[in-house]
Ligand binder design. Structure first.
Ligand SMILES: [Zn+2]
Length: 263
């Protein structure tokens, strides 16, 4: 009797597990409806920017997006392409950006082109450009201890991007970032202090969204290596984040300014 009950419990748990896995492995229903997406990649080779670009391109094309790939930020200075772009996905770590390129990028986002990216590809792209950091809403400054185990805590469970996503943990670079305190933060991480003792219990945003002019900006600090994007939760966040950012021109502006400090 007990054995039989145990078997049923095990079977139920197993089926539940399979169902959860299955529902996450399905491509959530994101139709990019012929939207023009520009993927710009380059910089720091360990981040495998081209591989990331190709991986994202494959998923976008499958979901009806028209994708342009560029290995240079020069494309930001091309008004004709930029004015037609609905979403820019950038994976460019530690390079410089020319004035006219930055102007093109800034103008496009102000006019409603979305911007999305991960890790250093968006959060550590152009260290010399404060204007760029103003757009993104943050800048990488350190990853104490290199690759460490840490938790990602979802703090906004109602947002489209993080709804029904549970907290998760992983081993990768834990980004310590300087962040605009007015971003709408969706997930955070706490530092153990094992490496830099004075930041023990420091809490830093991992995922945020914000507005720049009419454009939606989405950022996630995970993504040092390709395997990070195979984590079920990260994969789902990636898809939703890209889709959300691509909608700036098609949906009314959201109230995203979320001041951390109160006067
Ligand atoms: Zn990295």
């Amino acid at each position: 009797m007990i054995n039989c009950l145990n078997k049923r419990i095990i079977l139920t748990v197993f089926l539940l597990f399979i169902t959860i896995q299955f529902s996450f492995s399905q491509d959530s229903n994101f139709d990019f409806k012929n939207k023009n997406v520009l993927i710009v990649y380059g910089g720091y080779p360990p981040h495998q920017p081209k591989k990331f670009a190709k991986k994202v391109e494959k998923w976008l094309v499958k979901n009806n997006a028209k994708v342009t790939l560029s290995g240079s930020t020069e494309i930001y200075a091309n008004d004709k392409i930029m004015s037609k772009t609905d979403l820019i996905i950038q994976s460019v770590t530690m390079l410089d950006i020319k004035r006219n390129e930055l102007k093109g990028l800034s103008n496009a986002i102000s006019n409603g082109t979305g911007l999305a990216g991960f890790h250093g590809g968006l959060g550590d792209s152009f260290r010399n450009s404060t204007e760029y950091q103003y757009i993104v809403g943050g800048q990488f400054v350190a990853h104490p201890g290199g690759h460490v185990f840490y938790d990602v805590n979802i703090i906004d469970k109602n947002d489209f991007i993080t709804k029904n996503i549970n907290d998760f943990n992983l081993k990768t670079e834990q980004y310590y970032m300087h962040v605009d305190p007015n971003n709408k933060v969706l997930a955070t991480t706490k530092f153990s202090g094992d490496n830099d003792y004075w930041i023990k219990n420091a809490i830093i945003p991992v995922i945020w969204k914000k507005q720049f002019g009419k454009g939606r900006v989405f950022y996630c600090s995970l993504g040092h290596s390709m395997d990070v994007f195979d984590i079920i939760e990260v994969k789902e966040i990636l898809k939703r984040g890209l889709y959300w950012a691509s909608e700036s021109k098609f949906n009314p502006e959201e109230e995203l300014l979320s001041p951390l400090y109160q006067n």
